[in-house]
Each structure stands twice: as C-alpha cells, then as structure tokens.
Design a protein around this ligand. Structure first.
Ligand SMILES: [Zn+2]
Length: 145
C-alpha cells in the first residue's frame, strides 16, 4: 500500500538524531512548517530537517545547525495518547482495542479508502510527514505475535 505522501520522502538519505542517535527520515518544508508552533516556526531555515520518531527523545526536528523539541510540535500539544493516524484521529490505544475486539478491519478500511481518494493530510498532520498505513501494519504484526 502506498500513496503520494509516502513516495516523496522514503528514498532520501536518513540523518542520525544528535540526541539519541536514531536514524531519522528527512521531512519536507511543508511538514515542518505546519507542525512547529509559533514563534519557533519562524526560525526554520532552508536547511534539511529530519524528524526523530523516538518517543523517548526530546528532539522533534533537527538539521545540521538547529534542533526543535517535540514540545514545540502541534502533534504533541494535544495531550492525546500516541496517535497512529493523525489525519483521521485514530490513536494507538483505540486501534489496539479494535484489534482485540475484531473491529480493526473496518477502521483500517476507512483510512485506506480516504487515503486512496487523496483525502489524507499526512504531510502536514503527521509529524513524520509520512503515511501512517505502515504503522497500522506494524501494530497488526505486533498484535499477532
Ligand atoms: Zn532523537
């Protein structure tokens, strides 16, 4: 499964996080500008930024010259539990519960359908800027083990 938003970022070189060392995917300017809150968004330069997906790590975005903490990101401001799909407001705990009670297929079908129709907003809603469908798969795998 792929969509326009996944195809744009996956091929680029990964960068390693200055705080935790994790290999991180670069993000587009659209993603970072829509995620970082004011006034931090006004100091974003043209440089290449990457997103650190490690939840234990305080770093949100970083470049060779700059680092922006996760607390400055919109996706981490809502006080919600960890999100699986930022576009359609599906948290990991909700999807885990759905996997347990057998209703997960309908939730995923809904997300897949919207994605197919180009109605997802991963590039601005998801701090990684990437499609969430891979995360659904990861959770399904972890659940089946
Ligand atoms: Zn990190």
């Amino acid at each position: 499964m792929s969509c326009a938003c996944c195809n744009t970022t996956t091929k680029k070189t990964r960068m390693s996080c200055p705080a935790c060392g994790q290999n991180c995917f670069p993000v587009s300017r659209q993603t970072i500008l829509h995620q970082v809150q004011s006034p931090d968004n006004q100091r974003i330069t043209d440089g290449d930024y990457a997103y650190c997906a490690n939840r234990e790590c305080n770093v949100g975005y970083f470049s060779a010259f700059d680092s922006i903490p996760k607390t400055s990101l919109r996706a981490f401001q809502s006080g919600q539990s960890a999100m699986l799909c930022h576009c359609f407001d599906i948290s990991e705990s909700v999807y885990r519960a759905a996997l347990d009670d057998g209703t997960a297929k309908a939730i995923k079908a809904f997300v897949v359908q919207q994605t197919k129709e180009g109605l997802c907003a991963c590039e601005s809603r998801n701090p990684s800027g990437r499609c969430c469908l891979a995360s659904f798969k990861q959770m399904e795998k972890a659940h089946d083990c």
